[in-house]
Design a protein around this ligand. Structure first.
Ligand SMILES: [Cu+2]
Length: 493
């Protein structure tokens, strides 16, 4: 197993650290000793407490591939030449052993989004591990202690906006829900390989404000009522459910009256989706892998990297599951079919449920089995989300990402995270290695690892510092993160 050395931590590419690296070097370096090492004894001790069940082995090969989106073929980077990547499924208590082979022309890593895992398996390049070089491999091995719906993806640059993602489901050995079928619904916004576009090219367009090589993909007039402002700034040519375009959708079959558990995952990089299943109401049972008190809804708003599990009772017929990209043109489609003979819905169908009730995450209430106990915070971290479209200078506290700046916490503390959005745009903010309780409309809010912060609003979230290491806190708009809206929480020794 690779152990990040001090040398690894110091060999951050200049581009990632920004021009301030050299001046910030000396003080940061001396401070390094104050924080827990990602593979230090505290991390090993936390891992032992998670137990050591049966080892479940998987293998991913990341490589350039030709992908069929259904009527359109693109060249991209993918795991095992499929989109989405292969489903990884284990049971809580298992040890996941996943070997990633890198056949890409670039460094890569694999991050298990939302999983409270050991820090040196978190897949954050130059923070928890040295990135995996082309031709090399790396084995991610960690105990998986909590059931739920998660997402695996590369954590290098804009690679998640290619096909380098895969759904990750952790079954509950004592599953309390009863249902007949499970339907995995993975949403994505897609640009890579369409008329020569790449995500990196799109980022350059966002930065320069002007045109570079390839089709111009910057969206200037976006509005989303649910997001109270711009929905996003990348005009994707395609939106996908389970890797398919609306003209050739994936079809889920079952019998009328069956209870179906949908696991909805937004694997997009710059798009929030409003999701509804025509002719059905949905019962929300989980968000970000953790159970909530059941709540009926017509539609859901799913930010990047958020997950929702819902139950539906299938009607008799053919029904469109539509994901509308908030503030953007187009849509994604999948189909639920319980009857024979009827043709597929139109690729442009808009079920009424999309305009119905949307239960926001902040009004969900955690299931008693997972609710945080009442406790006063020992520490508050207040961060302001800053930046804007004009300079495309997204950041925390006006400071671009610096891998040597850490917000200190101490093991055993109850930490209150206050995120103040001083920008004109919404941000889905994600904390690695932890699940936090939103302070919602009610006192105790749902447990989440990724939360939508609306423009000029704030969220307050509490978590227990129970997973030592260095953990990224960042916007899951990949273009914002890549432009600087990332920072690190560090456990003090
Ligand atoms: Cu953002």
């Amino acid at each position: 197993m690779h152990t990040p050395s001090r040398r690894t931590l110091l060999s951050v590419p200049l581009a990632a650290a920004g021009a301030g690296l050299l001046s910030a070097f000396a003080p940061a370096r001396s401070q390094e000793a104050a924080f827990v090492d990602p593979s230090g004894p505290e991390v090993a001790a936390a891992e032992r407490r998670r137990g050591s069940g049966p080892v479940r082995s998987f293998r991913f090969t990341a490589a350039e591939s030709t992908l069929d989106l259904g009527g359109r073929t693109v060249r991209s980077w993918a795991y095992d030449e499929t989109l989405p990547g292969p489903l990884v499924r284990v049971t809580a208590g298992d040890v996941l052993n996943l070997t990633l082979t890198n056949r890409l022309p670039a460094d890569t890593t694999l991050h298990a989004h939302g999983v409270r895992l050991r820090c040196d398996m978190d897949g954050t390049p130059d923070v928890t591990q040295r990135a995996v070089r082309p031709g090399a491999d790396f084995t991610y091995r960690f105990a998986v202690s909590h059931p739920g719906t998660y997402l695996l993806h590369s954590h290098v640059g804009l690679q998640p906006d290619r096909a380098l993602y895969a759904p990750f489901v952790v079954d509950d050995p004592k599953e309390p829900l009863e249902y007949d079928h499970e339907w995995l619904v993975v949403l994505d916004d897609w640009v890579d390989g369409v008329r020569g576009s790449t995500p990196d090219q799109v980022l350059r367009q966002l930065h320069h404000g002007g045109s570079t090589a390839g089709p111009y993909r910057v969206l200037h007039d976006s509005h989303s009522r649910l997001l109270d402002g711009d929905g996003g700034h990348v005009a994707y040519p395609c939106y996908l459910v389970n890797g398919r375009l609306p003209d050739s959708p994936s079809v889920f079959r079952c019998r009328p009256g069956d209870r179906v558990r949908l696991r909805i995952v937004n694997a997009g990089s710059e798009t929030a989706f409003r999701v509804a299943l025509g002719g059905h109401t949905m019962t929300v049972t989980h968000t970000d892998g953790y159970p909530v008190q059941h709540e009926e809804t017509d539609a859901l708003l799913v930010g990047m990297a958020e997950r929702y599990d819902v139950l539906v009772t299938a009607g008799d017929g053919v029904f469109p599951l539509v994901a509308l990209p908030e503030g953007k043109q187009g849509q994604a489609l999948a189909v639920l079919r319980t009857g024979n003979g009827r043709s597929l819905p139109s690729p442009r169908v808009r079920p009424d449920e999309l305009e119905g009730r949307v239960v926001p995450a902040r009004s969900l209430v955690p299931d008693e089995s997972v609710a945080l106990e009442d406790r006063q915070p020992d520490r508050e971290l207040r961060l302001t989300l800053t930046g804007g479209m004009r300079k495309y200078d997204w950041a925390f506290d006006h400071r671009p990402h610096d891998p040597y700046r850490r917000h200190p916490v101490r093991a055993g503390e109850r930490v209150r995270l206050t995120l103040i959005n001083a920008t004109d745009m919404w941000h889905p903010v994600h904390l690695h290695g932890h699940t936090f309780a939103l302070n919602g409309d009610n006192a105790a809010g749902a447990l989440k690892d990724t939360a939508v912060v609306l423009p000029h609003r704030k969220i307050v979230a509490d978590f227990d510092a129970d997973n030592p290491g260095l953990w990224m806190l960042h916007c899951h708009n990949q273009y914002h993160a890549e432009s600087g809206m990332m920072t690190i929480l560090g456990y003090l020794k």
